[in-house]
Design a protein around this ligand. Structure first.
Ligand SMILES: Cc1cc2nc3c(=O)[nH]c(=O)nc-3n(C[C@H](O)[C@H](O)[C@H](O)COP(=O)(O)OP(=O)(O)OC[C@H]3O[C@@H](n4cnc5c(N)ncnc54)[C@H](O)[C@@H]3O)c2cc1C
Length: 392
């Protein structure tokens, strides 16, 4: 195997870090994952795994296991916020037959990757917070507990506040995108079909899709907002605040929101896509390199693609520097384009002017009826991408 004996440390045990660890281990590397948390767990929330991310899961040998835990999505249905009237429907079954679109609980995906990584021989060390990094042919990490560790290569999969990103790109504060998102999981009380539904209102929208055999429903409710005091992922909020924010929404929304017992509120922050994805003995992937708004549901899918591409190039390119520069060359333009598309989607969902909104909805409805293939195939550049073929 091409990476036999190479010592690699992955900083961060999220979806991107665990996928990279497994892909590298499968190619013979000695891999350690350092995770700051006390357990490899995830907040209760869902994630959409689109065909491009699924190809990586399959190439890692986990396709069947994922499908066993996930709900297959059949459509994305856009609805008007007032009464839930359908605006248009994107038929996910029109994607080529080999492609599947799945809704999965993040905790299930993380557990799947972590179990497979451990079984393959990856060491996962918890309560290991990376505090600093020294690049070099044998890069060194200093940990918050005072220890120092080194390897042949360090991969920064340490998310939005990445220490490794800071070392490669200098310090920069993420900026608030003037969007917040509530995330919660509720019981499926509305007979939610196996599709993602987007209720679109002025300045806000609500996405719902089923999880775990359709027994639960994942909700992401986004709203534009001027200010946010603090950055973070998991501020608990009162369900009454979510209900009040979406009080003007009709259709199934009131029933769904009445079922909310616990909810987290996220301020959505971003860095621009990192300029430098690698340095001497260092590489970045996932949110550490390209945090995104969630409105294309591609953050985790991009992290999976990064993980495969990086492992594959390190395996096939004899020179590490060349492998890392080809990695950035292949990945950065694609991620920049997806991040830009996610920014654009918020604007489309949140049209405020009623006239413009009606016209846009009318156009979408017509497109859905007259050219359904065109509507879904506009995303071929995202979903049709096969990173497992592109990098051999
Ligand atoms: C509301 C919302 C909905 C979303 N929905 C979707 C979706 O449907 N589909 C999709 O593809 N994406 C979605 N995303 C995006 C997705 O969650 C992220 O893009 C994805 O999790 C990134 O994975 P990652 O491994 O790069 O980073 P993370 O998941 O952030 O993992 C980073 C890991 O590193 C650890 N860590 C951080 N700092 C340190 C340190 N100093 N030392 C050690 N460990 C450290 C963290 O504890 C964490 O475990 C959504 C995001 C939001 C906010």
């Amino acid at each position: 195997m091409g990476l036999d004996g190479r010592e690699i440390i992955v900083a961060g045990g999220g979806i991107g870090g665990l996928a990279a660890a497994l892909a590298l281990r499968q190619r013979g590397a000695e891999v350690r994952v350092l995770e700051q948390a006390g357990a490899i767990t995830e907040v209760g929330a869902g994630i959409q795994v689109s065909p491009n991310g699924l190809r990586v899961i399959e190439a890692l040998g986990l396709g069947e296991a994922l499908r066993a835990r996930a709900c297959r999505g059949r459509a994305v249905r856009l609805r008007d916020y007032r009464d839930g009237a359908e605006v248009t429907r994107l038929d996910l079954d029109r994607l080529p037959a080999s492609q599947g679109y799945y809704f999965v609980h993040r905790a299930d995906l993380i557990a799947l990757l972590a179990d497979a990584a451990r079984e393959a021989g990856v060491t996962i060390r918890l309560l290991q917070k990376v505090a600093g990094v020294r690049p070099g042919p044998k890069p060194e990490l200093s940990l918050a507990n005072g220890d120092t560790v080194s390897a042949d290569l360090v991969i920064g999969a340490d998310g939005l506040h990445s220490v490794i990103r800071g070392a490669l790109n200098g310090a920069a504060a993420p900026f608030f995108t003037r969007q917040v998102a509530w995330r919660t999981v509720i019981p499926n009380l509305t007979g939610h079909p196996p599709e993602a539904q987007v209720h679109m209102g002025p300045g806000q929208h609500l996405v719902s899709y089923p999880l775990r055999d359709g027994l639960s429903v994942n909700i992401v409710a986004a709203q534009e907002r001027e200010a946010w005091a603090e950055e973070g992922w998991d501020h608990e909020d009162a369900p009454a605040n979510l209900r009040a924010a979406f009080a003007g929404f009709g259709g199934d929304v009131p029933v769904m929101l009445n079922a909310v017992e616990r909810v987290g509120l996220w301020g959505l922050f971003r860095h621009p896509v990192a300029r430098h994805w690698y340095g001497d003995g260092l590489a970045l992937l996932g949110d550490a390199a390209h945090p995104t708004l969630p409105f294309m549901a591609q953050g985790a899918n991009m992290a999976l693609e990064d993980a495969w591409c990086l492992a594959s190039l390190l395996d096939t390119e004899p020179d590490t520097g060349t492998a890392l520069s080809r990695y950035q060359e292949r990945r950065r333009p694609r991620c920049e384009r997806i991040v830009a598309a996610a920014n654009g989607n918020a604007w489309k969902y949140h049209l405020r002017n009623p006239l413009i909104r009606s016209a846009a909805h009318l156009g979408l409805g017509l497109a859905g009826r007259l050219a359904p293939d065109r509507l879904i195939h506009q995303f071929d550049w995202i979903y049709g991408h096969d990173v497992t073929a592109a990098t051999g």
